[in-house]
Write a protein that binds this ligand. Structure first.
Ligand code: OXD
Ligand code: MN
Length: 598
């Protein structure tokens, strides 16, 4: 329990509304965790995996209707619609609360209300923030215990201070005597993932999955935190954080923002293909950044675990991710093998006969249905990553030398490109995105702009967000110490549709160039779009086939960029008068540099 009056009142108010059978304050202990897991095993919600193959690990299958973040049911409820901007679903805060309160009424009948105190960031860090999540899902509790620092120690640190209230219910009350479902949740049309950025509140209803339900992650650490950061002058970003050490022992930290499913976890855990270089992981998804007393920008990973996409993860593609979930992990919507282990497409070995699919059916290759859902996940403690950085829990954070943006671009964007200055880097972030095919998401084919990889995660108007980035540069205590900004593209293809770049461990070759540029090395060629590697400055030692592709990978094609300009103009038009002057100037600058380019 707690002496914090606001917290006591808040919990009592919600208990009166949701009417749970009882209330449990989570202490975060091993005993509590085991009790919840045992409870879920005995109810049939979880399977305990084989103790030898996957010690301390558990398997869950979700309801087939509840398998991913639901962007069309995610709302930013600012007082003014214009403050949510064109990239968010908006709802009036009072209207949203009027819609949700009747849904929450009695929603925890037959269930326990869990109170989860959690810290986003190392306990006591000046960059960290505390949230309290209410939930009726024991699955959420055991996942939050991996993904955040959770339990009694957080309440002790909170004292009487303020916290971010995070309200969650799966929206599936039980009648007396009614047997629970394996994965209780509400139908899609009554799921609501609602954010109130002006009062720092989160109200989530109806889903038990991932970012909809583990409220510390996307809801707090990105949507609410981005609007807190906007007000308070810091950065809450959808970025991995990595440490890179060169053969001389010099270490630097980079952050990188890529849209979902572009390999952030793979890059954060990269094993370099060039001898002597070392990459260590601080975080794979979110970075919170503030200036330190020395004028440099410092980043913490607010999370304590990885909530990684399982399919495609193998000892070949990302051994460190696979080793991170070797024990004490939770698997959701993968396949389940008859000997009590998990399996997924792309794990690197054949499916064991008798494997059960995520829909709890016998796997049948003839059906064409995969064993694992494409968004099947592992939840693994970050400390289990073999390459976790020694400073990953440093409360002061790690000093950032470079910020990378990127996406999947089969053409136009070179392998790596450095911005001319901070505002040009902000421009690069603002136009980031991935090319999508019409078949993939049922939309018009083309470039899906995902500015700063924050499209689904920015808690306020995207135009104001660009302005905030400009202001961070303007207000920097020492401009010469600002991180340098780069764009990378691992996904360029040749006209036959074949990737030109091997990616994975070979990405160190681009990181090495970036590393050297942050030290001011004279290895760049100036182009209309920024600095790209000069001839012979990308290390190709040991790189066979792709070495010949380097000129194509670094090409800046004037005609492709003139086409790109039209797309950027369309993208920018959507921000109306909230597009900062500085970004208009950047677009004009690029336009005239291209006109003057040979
Ligand atoms: C994630 C995402 O799950 O970005 O991290 O979708
Ligand atoms: Mn993410």
């Amino acid at each position: 329990m707690t002496g914090n009056k606001k917290l006591q009142i808040w919990v009592k108010e919600w208990a009166d509304i949701c009417q749970p059978d009882s209330i449990h304050w989570c202490d975060g202990s091993d005993e509590e965790n085991q009790k919840l897991l045992d409870l879920m095993v005995s109810s049939g919600a979880a399977v305990r995996l084989d103790e030898k193959k996957r010690p301390g690990s558990y398997y869950f299958q979700s309801d087939p209707s509840d398998v991913a973040r639901v962007e069309n049911r995610t709302f930013i409820c600012s007082a003014k619609k214009s403050d949510a901007g064109p990239t968010n679903n908006w709802s009036d805060p009072q209207e949203m609360k009027k819609t949700l309160l009747p849904l929450y009424k009695g929603s925890m009948n037959g269930r326990i209300m869990y109170i989860i105190p959690f810290s986003m960031g190392p306990l006591g860090s000046k960059i960290a923030h505390i949230g309290i999540q209410i939930t009726d899902s024991p699955y959420v509790v055991v996942n939050m215990r991996i993904m955040t620092r959770m339990g009694k120690a957080v309440l002790d640190i909170l004292g009487n201070d303020d916290f971010v209230p995070c309200m969650h219910s799966v929206g599936a009350p039980l009648q007396p005597g009614e047997k629970d479902r394996k994965w209780p949740c509400a139908p899609i049309e009554s799921k609501y993932i609602s954010h109130f950025p002006e009062t720092n509140e989160i109200w989530s209803y109806g889903s038990g999955y991932g970012g909809n339900a583990l409220l510390g992650k996307k809801c707090f650490a990105l949507r609410i935190a981005s609007s807190m950061a906007h007000r308070e002058g810091w950065l809450a970003e959808h970025m991995l954080i990595m440490g890179i050490t060169n053969p001389g022992g010099v270490k630097k930290y980079f952050t990188a923002a890529f849209p979902s499913a572009c390999g952030k976890t793979n890059l954060a855990m990269l094993i370099p293909s060039i001898p002597g270089w070392k990459v260590e992981c601080v975080g794979d998804d979110i970075a919170w950044m503030k200036f330190g007393a020395d004028g440099r920008l410092y980043a913490i990973n607010p999370e304590a675990g990885f909530f990684g996409v399982a399919p495609g993860t193998s000892m070949k593609t990302n051994p460190n991710a696979l080793l991170s979930c070797r024990e004490n992990s939770i698997f959701t919507n993968t396949g389940l093998t008859p000997d009590g282990d998990i399996w997924w497409e792309g794990i690197g070995y054949d499916i064991p006969p008798g494997t059960i699919t995520w829909t709890n059916e016998d796997y049948d290759p003839a059906s064409g249905k995969p064993a694992a859902h494409p968004n099947a996940r592992f939840t693994a403690p970050a400390k289990q990553c073999p390459t976790i950085d020694s400073d990953w829990e440093n409360p002061a954070g790690v000093p950032i030398s470079a910020i990378l943006f990127g996406g999947r671009r089969p053409s136009t964007l070179p392998l790596v490109c450095q911005s001319f200055d901070w505002n040009h880097g902000v421009f690069m972030g603002s136009i980031a995105g991935s090319e999508v095919t019409a078949a993939a998401i049922g939309l018009k084919a083309g470039v899906r702009r995902d500015p700063f990889a924050m499209l689904p995660f920015c808690g306020y108007h995207m135009g104001d967000y660009f302005a905030h980035w400009v202001k961070i540069g303007e207000n920097a205590p020492n401009k010469s110490k600002l991180p340098k900004i780069f764009n990378v593209n691992w996904f360029r293809k040749n006209p036959e549709g074949k990737f030109l770049w091997p990616g994975y461990g070979d990405n160190i070759r681009a990181l090495k160039w970036i590393f050297e540029r942050t030290e001011g090395a004279d290895i760049a060629r100036e182009t209309a779009i920024g600095y790209v590697p000069g001839e012979g400055t990308i290390d190709i030692s040991g790189l066979s086939e792709a070495a010949g592709n380097i000129p194509e990978l670094l090409k800046v094609d004037k005609n492709e960029w003139i086409d790109e300009l039209k797309l950027i103009n369309d993208h920018y038009a959507s921000f109306g008068d909230r597009l900062p002057e500085e970004m208009k100037e950047q677009l004009q600058g690029l336009t005239s540099r291209l006109e003057n380019a040979r």
